[in-house]
Write a protein of this length. Structure first.
Length: 208
């Protein structure tokens, strides 16, 4: 199923990493920022289909009945979703110090996107995601990530418990998070590869 991306930074990252997966781009109908200009130029170079978006209808209104300007000319990109990588590929460099993340049933796609954005900034090696009872990698997650989904390797897994066992076998040290924790991340040894598990927004990490 295709995704619809509104954030030009997300679109530009997809053009740079997976241009063959960009189906088409609908350009803004009014003056936009420099990033949209870069998107257009990059797409033209790659031969990606460009069309002019339809302007938002002026009668659009919010829940309170107030007129809304809509997004910039309905600009968006239609892209194929990212399939992720195999677990063996994700754990290919665990002999080197670094940080990996595992998301245990995080359900808000905006939180997932924010984690990818921050992970890309801090150089996280990879992210584990669960398929069930978790927020999907939707267009919202991609847009909030601002390109992070394209730059941080990730793997979708069904059973996080078994995946953690695989991570141990690959040489990762496992660490869980809790609001009651007394140890700060800054105090951890920097000479190894860690898998940091982040739990659900309300209930935290599952007991298993």
């Amino acid at each position: 199923m295709p995704l619809y991306l509104k954030n030009p930074h997300s679109i530009l990252a997809t053009l740079e990493k997976r241009p063959h997966d960009v189906i088409e781009i609908r350009l803004p109908t009014q003056q936009a920022g420099d990033t949209w200009t870069t998107v257009r130029q990059k797409a033209e170079t790659l031969g990606v289909r460009l069309i002019q978006a339809q302007p938002p209808r002026p009668e659009q209104r919010d829940r309170k009945g107030k007129p809304t300007p809509g997004r910039i000319g309905g600009a968006e990109a239609v892209v194929k979703d990212h399939p992720g990588v195999e677990l063996n590929d994700l754990f290919a460099k665990t002999s080197h110090p670094g940080l990996y993340l595992a998301l245990d049933t995080i359900q808000d796609p905006q939180n997932v996107g924010a984690i990818f954005r921050i992970a890309a900034f801090f150089g996280v090696r990879g992210i584990l995601l669960t398929r069930d009872r978790s927020a999907p990698l939707s267009g919202t997650a991609y847009d909030v990530a601002s390109g992070g989904v394209e730059y941080v390797p990730f793997s979708l897994q069904t059973n996080l418990s078994r995946t953690i066992d695989s991570a141990k076998e690959a040489g990762l040290w496992i660490l869980g998070t809790s609001e009651h924790a007394e140890t700060d991340l800054k105090s951890l040894a920097q000479d190894r590869a860690w898998l940091l598990i982040l739990g659900n927004e309300e209930t935290g990490i599952r007991r298993l």
